[in-house]
Design a protein around this ligand. Sequence first.
Ligand SMILES: [Mn+2]
Length: 266
Amino acid sequence: MKKYTVLPEKGRLLISTDLHGNYGDFQTLKEFFFCQEEPVYWVILGDAVHGPSREHRKKNLYDYSDRSWDIVSELMDLMAKNKNIYYVLGNHDHGHIGGRTTRKFHQDEVAYLRSSITSKQHLEMQYFFQNSLLAIVVPNGLLLTHGSPDDTLLNIEDLNDISFDPKENNNYQNEVLCSFLSHYGQEEQVTANLLKRLSQNLNLSINVVIHGHDRSLDGWFVEGNNQLCPVIFGAEKQNKSYVFVDLSEKFTEVSQLEKYIFTIYH
Ligand SMILES: [Mn+2]
């Protein structure tokens, strides 16, 4: 099944990362997206689900109620109507379709969410995650992923043979899956190796990884001079950030992206 796609070369692109059940942030992004002129695309880089428990809500950064299901349910509706919205799987999402369960806010976040919705809703959620992607290539020079992958992947076409169920994969496929879903910032040379290989595969010049999976109170950070992580979940409210770029502008280095990082609440 298709696990990556290549976006068009014209229009604009909104890139947002981890929501972790924060419906207010989702709503704000949605309003921004739907007031843009066409053509406009929206890539959501995973971990829509798993919000704070009651106990964690006492802490400032996590003062919102967990509306994981509402977000997934609405995304399913939006994506059925609008083919310009793309969802990339995160490691928290993966827990619902064969990946390892996560324990950030609950002992077993997968079991907790499953028990808080009906079995029909959970099946719909699993179907949604099963049909999500591992990576999106933007011809203007970007690779969009949840984690920041290492250079294990030998050919971008190999992504399409990977199953989200680790039991169906060989060791190489599981290493790639793990690196796309769960790895943090890479050394510059490791990311450069991966991007060089993918550029050759695709006959494009891909120079920067934009990923989620990590947090920063400041709202975004750069690693290895070729990776950018815009942060919503785990950023101070006034710093929560997304990226909004023109698909016709080429990006050869991460610093060119800085002027396209915007705060959600401005
Ligand atoms: Mn994650």
